[in-house]
Write a protein that binds this ligand. Structure first.
Ligand code: AMP
Ligand code: ZN
Length: 119
């Protein structure tokens, strides 16, 4: 699997403020910012400040960081007014559509999701 070191990682640079982002929320361990190419009216990315290439690797490295990412994702959904109508999506591996190898959760809402279909 492709991996990036924090040195050349786009999301590490966003976390550090070296690359601008439209931040919507932050916690001690995680940062939430709007996706630059939204796939739905509300599309926010929640990333741990710690660099791990995938959510699975994050889970193995730190249960606290994993929990914090999902806690912040739920808070973002509440802040955006879609606490009861949103999707959280995690892509793992380039064949599944992962393009940035710094763990992240997509929070999507505001679109009419197809009932009974995952994708
Ligand atoms: P994934 O395909 O699951 O790895 O998700 C990566 C996401 O990062 C994509 O939805 C991109 O649109 C988004 N993205 C890429 N560059 C930026 C950026 N500079 N600021 C915000 N979102 C970005
Ligand atoms: Zn990173």
């Amino acid at each position: 699997m492709t991996s990036q070191t924090p040195r050349d990682c786009l999301f590490c640079k966003i976390v550090a403020g070296e690359i601008p982002s439209d931040r919507v929320a932050e916690s001690e361990r995680s940062v939430a910012f709007r996706d630059i190419t939204p796939a739905a009216p509300i599309h926010v990315l929640v990333v741990p400040k710690r660099h791990e290439p995938t959510v699975g690797a994050l889970a193995a490295a730190s249960a606290d960081d994993l929990a914090d990412v999902f806690r912040l994702a739920a808070r973002v959904a509440e802040l955006e007014g879609v606490g009861d109508a949103h999707r959280m999506i995690v892509n793992t591996g380039s064949d599944a559509g992962q393009t940035i190898f710094h763990a992240h959760v997509h929070v999507l809402a505001g679109a009419a999701f197809t009932e009974g279909k995952m994708v």
